[in-house]
Design a protein around this ligand. Sequence first.
Ligand SMILES: [Zn+2]
Ligand SMILES: [Zn+2]
Length: 126
Amino acid sequence: MEHSPLLHGSCLCGGVAYRAEGPVERASHCYCTMCRKQHGAAAGSYANVASAGFTVERGAELVTEYASSSHGRRGFCSACGSSLYWRSTETPDRIAVTLGTLEPEYDGPVEREWYPENKPGWLPAR
Ligand SMILES: [Zn+2]
Ligand SMILES: [Zn+2]
């Protein structure tokens, strides 16, 4: 089933707003060390969409990319630090927007977990 053909997202300070066209493929939680560090959380959570449908509608000047590997680029808001997307220069036709920045809240399935063996021991709360 396809969800939300048009997605909207924004950062914490509201300076950056973007839209992306669905359908979402392979929504995921990634527990790799890089995603955990960048998100400051147990995982990075993403919705994989076509990069052709991704547009920064507001605050493009605030979007900064960090090259976390030879091919990985992590886009974030330079004003508030919100993680906005992850993309790979090896697959330029796709971009993974962060689930936590989507508005309204993403309501589709999360189909994958990357590096589940790297889940922190403090997850879940108990
Ligand atoms: Zn911001
Ligand atoms: Zn990761």
